[in-house]
Design a protein around this ligand. Structure first.
Ligand SMILES: CC(C)(COP(=O)(O)OP(=O)(O)OC[C@H]1O[C@@H](n2cnc3c(N)ncnc32)[C@H](O)[C@@H]1OP(=O)(O)O)[C@@H](O)C(=O)NCCC(=O)NCCS
Length: 129
């Protein structure tokens, strides 16, 4: 499906400090029961990675805000890797446990409405692909 994947680099000068991959194909939410019937298309954030030397500076939050800004009318979802749950919770995303229980990764879903106005798009976030 052309145009179904979007790849982003967050640049500080010439240095890539974060990257993200959005999959715009429909997400099957079956493995995470309890997710309310989405009121809008759900798109999956397949990858979000901030360079470790840049953690804790708001780059992860700003990148997610920017992706939401680029896709109004959708809800972003992410399957959280180990250790990242606190990040999604700090962003106010809703957590859903995998139907196979402990040891399987939870799904996080962006809230219906942002709790604060979304950040203006950062000019240094460039899409590719
Ligand atoms: C998780 C990750 C993206 C966070 O990026 P970051 O730029 O450091 O995050 P931010 O500085 O924007 O933090 C936003 C909020 O999340 C919190 N937070 C960030 N990482 C956290 C963590 N691992 N555990 C708990 N809270 C965390 C921050 O304290 C901050 O809270 P606040 O706004 O209330 O002060 C980054 O650590 C990373 O790339 N990790 C490795 C890959 C990964 O886990 N990716 C997640 C994909 S599922």
């Amino acid at each position: 499906m052309p145009g179904a994947d979007e790849f982003f680099s967050v640049l500080a000068g010439d240095l890539e400090v974060a990257r993200a991959h959005l999959d715009l194909r429909t997400v099957p939410l079956g493995p995470w029961p309890g997710v309310p019937e989405p009121d809008r298309p759900v798109v999956r954030l397949q990858l979000l990675e901030v360079a470790s030397g840049y953690w804790g500076r708001g780059i992860g939050r700003a990148t997610v805000d920017h992706l939401r800004f680029l896709h109004p009318g959708t809800r972003l979802a992410a399957v959280s890797v180990q250790g990242a749950a606190g990040f999604w919770e700090a962003l106010g995303w809703d957590r859903f446990e995998h139907r196979d229980g402990r040891g399987r990764l939870p799904l996080y879903l962006a809230p219906d409405s942002p709790s604060a106005p979304l950040a203006r798009p950062a000019s240094q976030v460039r899409g590719r692909g």
